[in-house]
Design a protein around this ligand. Sequence first.
Ligand code: AMP
Length: 391
Amino acid sequence: MKILSVNAGSSSLKFQLYEMPEEKVLISGLMEKIGSKDSFYTIKVNGEKVKKEVELKNHAQAFEALVEELKTNNVADSLDEIKGIGHRVVQGGDYFDKTVVIDDEVLSKIEEFSSLAPLHNPAAVTGIKAAFEVFPNAVQTAVFDTAFHQTMPKENYLYAIPMSWYDEYKVRRYGMHGTSHKFVTERMNEILGRCDTKLITCHIGNGASISAVVNGKCINTSMGLTPNAGLIMGTRCGDIDASIIPYIMEKTGMSPKEIDNALNKESGLLSLTGKSNDIRDITAGIESGDENCILAHKIYVKRIVDYIAKYYVEMNGCDAIVFTAGVGENSINTRREVINRLGSLGITLDEEANDVRVEERLISTKDSKTECWIIPTDEELMIARDTLELI
Ligand code: AMP
């Protein structure tokens, strides 16, 4: 059975077509810079990668290009062979705690939660509507970034703010990257051979979050109402003193939109280094003695360690710490710096094992009190698995 995974970001659209349950990728693609004149996309099929520079004015056009690629690459005799389409949706609020089949009611709920994810949910809605037109007979599912975190207890999702903000505006911790945290949790438990585990899953990419997972269920996570909470990220500040916002607004006259932009797009590693949000550049900077890069990486690593330590204590121990996503899978020095700061918990790094990129591997020593693993994430596959299960 063929299942399509669709992941519409604020200005991108990623897709993979799978043969399920074999989990074989038939074609994949990434459309970038949607909405700008220099938009382009790359398609991978039969081991070949092709880049096409095409103007994609909006997500509806991106979806049309996706369908054209499915047709021209002959990955199916007919589009009717595609029996399921799984859509990644960033914000499912406190309403969706699992993947669901999309109907009118689900769609309007997703639209309702757009105010909590104004850049992402509308893009997903466009993709869903376009998919309904092209694939009227396929089962469409919504896979929520927030769903995995819905098992958090109230003590971990309530903020100490006026309760009317929670009651009227649903201001609470939701958490994101749930599909990835779920994927690595399931894989880690499979490797450990049991489900009664305590895990700390570190999804560290350009956006980053850490979760505490007990018996396969999330009990805490570092992102909050929005993705700009918790860790220091590529361009996001993560946790800061909330009063900085009104203070700077008063001092500079910045609007809510401008300050939101500054904290989401002009902060994090980018502002600390003064030059890049990419760990590859920062590692090169560290190697050449760039003081800003050295300091930025120290602050970045320290925040990751703070969260691991916090969740270790909260869970009263931990069976395994998992590193995943762009930085977690690739950055040898970031993993080394993080794990080397966990010595007081009896956690020790196997330097040689850690010298690897994008490979599932145990990277702690045999006598480490907690195992540390790299597990490459695969959100698209998780979406396809959830969709297959619902079909
Ligand atoms: P993601 O958001 O998961 O795609 O992660 C993207 C980030 O991963 C980039 O901004 C880099 O900081 C990091 N990254 C990707 N490849 C490498 C690499 N080979 N070495 C170190 N960091 C990497």
